[in-house]
Write a protein that binds this ligand. Structure first.
Ligand code: NAP
Length: 493
């Protein structure tokens, strides 16, 4: 594997590398470069040099390159699906679905080719105008996570490039191969040299340096809240604009009149998609007391039927790495210590053969969780869910809203009044009523509170990559009178 700077695929400047593991088997599948500060400097210089001609090219021409990248991805989509399974352990259905999302997003953003607008505002008289142009920030640093390593990369590259920014992409160290594959497709599609640069390496080693760099105009990062906060502090040095898509703790609310099968299917999706390693994963289950037993017996029965193992044929894949696996074990141990009842799961899966060293954890349900416990307050990011009975609507709202995170939330009810009331009172960036996620390209994916700031998708998301520049023009050709200066000083000139 190589990094890509100024149109050249290369080793890192000191040739050091890191290992990439297959989470299904624990085996090393490749090595990738650990980029250095010198590599970062070179990528910044290349991005800066390429900016003027790229931003001058025009949106329609840039869109053509995006459409071409979309076409190339469609042609070879099977390779990308296989990489997602190899690198993240995605089960086949989810790998296919993520690639569908990748294609949809590139197309969605490229279709803004003739839709971006600015404003012309009247000045202080009819011959004065203020042109409000939307212009790119310059160099965009895109930092991506591993959980949806193709979709997250494209969700940043497509709008950043379409709007005329140049980009330095730093993917997660758990998923460099997927990112490389996508970068390659953009390059094959005709992205000029220097416009898109790609550096890999540990965020803990080069992340601060990239974000702090004086040439950066915008940092768009998806990842954990703690790293997002660190980026925010670092970006105070260059005042880079920030798009931060961070952690979640979605409440999943099932009211007494809910269509139970609909809620259940959505819950199985929202909890076990990507083994619960999703920012919109259901992490807190609130069920009305009147249907609690009925709902829980069905949820338990379905959860027990989920198959683990071979990502090609199973229902639930592995966690991303060893640390995530031991994190789940610790979460369950501490739940046991607190006296909670584990209804099912609770251990690393005992698989045989090829997958015996994979990072598989049993889907786990923990009952009667206290609202103030870590289980209900901190992001778990795995196949574990806590449940709690609720009886009143105010209680439901209060508990659901009681979170430092504010990304997704889910509500199941047949009552239109409750749907509308909850739309106002549930304070999350996304509320899914009677349906599972995920977010759509035309929706604005945004989180409240510690889930970050700004957002992605929709016309609002694309405009995050543009800043407003104001040009004041007077074309009256009349003598200029300025009422705060002595204009007679100019009479005899
Ligand atoms: P992470 O550990 O925060 O890493 C995210 C990215 O930040 C990686 O590329 C990482 O590089 C990099 N990084 C690490 N230290 C850095 C530093 N000092 N400066 C700059 N970059 C640095 O998150 P993750 O484990 O990959 O992803 C899981 C998290 O992402 C969860 O909290 C999840 O909720 C969140 N997420 C949010 C959304 C959303 O839309 N809100 C979507 C998906 C995921 P290395 O890999 O090299 O450390």
């Amino acid at each position: 594997m190589k990094i890509y700077i100024n149109g050249i695929w290369k080793e890192s400047s000191n040739s050091s590398t890191l290992n990439k593991y297959n989470p299904s088997t624990g085996e090393v599948i490749d090595t990738f470069p650990a980029a250095t500060k010198d590599d970062v400097d070179e990528a910044m210089d290349a991005s800066e040099s390429a900016f003027l001609s790229w931003s001058d090219l025009g949106t329609a021409e840039r869109a053509k390159i995006l459409f071409k990248a979309e076409e190339l991805i469609i042609q070879k989509r099977g390779e990308l699906e296989n990489l997602l399974t190899l690198e993240v352990g995605k089960i086949k259905r989810e790998a296919v679905d993520e690639v569908n999302g990748v294609i949809d997003q590139i197309q969605y953003y490229a279709e803004f080719e003739r839709k971006l607008t600015g404003d012309i505002v009247e000045g202080s008289n009819s011959k004065r105008k203020i042109f409000q142009y939307k212009v790119p920030y310059g160099i965009v640093v895109a930092i991506t996570p591993w959980n949806f390593p193709a979709a997250m990369v494209v969700r940043k590259l497509a709008p950043a490039l379409l709007t005329g920014n140049t980009v330095i992409l730093k993917p997660s160290s758990d998923t460099p191969l997927t990112a490389q594959w996508i970068v390659n497709k953009f390059i094959e599609a005709g992205i000029p040299k220097g416009v898109l640069n790609f550096v890999t390496g540990r965020g803990s080693e080069i992340g601060d340096y990239i974000v702090n760099h004086r040439k950066v105009g915008l940092v768009t990062m998806t990842g954990s809240t703690s790293i997002g906060q660190r980026i925010m502090q670092n970006a105070s040095s260059n005042m880079a604009k920030l798009i931060l898509e961070l952690g979640g703790k979605a409440p999943f609310m099932v009211w007494k009149d809910a269509d139970i099968t609909r809620a259940l299917k959505s819950l199985v999706w929202a909890k076990y998609l990507n083994v619960g390693q999703s920012c919109i994963a259901a992490e807190r289950l609130y069920i009305h007391e009147e249907i609690y037993d009925k709902f829980m017996s069905k949820f338990l029965a379905v959860t027990k039927k989920l198959k683990l193992g071979n990502p090609e044929t199973s229902d639930v894949g592995p966690l991303i790495n060893k640390a995530a696996l031991s994190g789940m074990a610790k979460t369950v141990d501490s739940a046991r210590d607190s006296g909670y009842k584990i209804l099912t799961g609770g251990s690393a899966a005992n698989l045989q053969g090829k997958y015996k060293n994979g990072y598989f954890f049993e889907p786990t349900i923990i009952e009667n969780v206290d609202q103030n416990s870590s289980l209900f307050q901190d992001e778990i990011f795995g196949p574990i869910i806590g449940t709690e009975k609720v009886s009143g609507i105010e209680e439901l709202y209060t508990k659901a809203n009681d979170s430092k995170f504010g990304l997704a939330s889910y509500l199941f009810t047949e009552d239109p009044e409750l749907m509308l009331d909850a739309s106002e009172k549930i304070r999350f960036g996304e509320l899914y009523i009677n349906m599972p996620g995920p977010e759509a390209s035309q929706g604005y994916h945004t989180g409240f509170r510690l889930t970050g700031q700004a957002g992605e998708g929709s016309k609002y998301g694309i405009n995050e990559y543009l800043q407003l520049k104001n040009v004041y023009v007077d074309y009256s050709k009349k003598p200029l009178y300025i009422n705060t200066i002595n204009n007679s000083l100019f009479d005899d000139l």
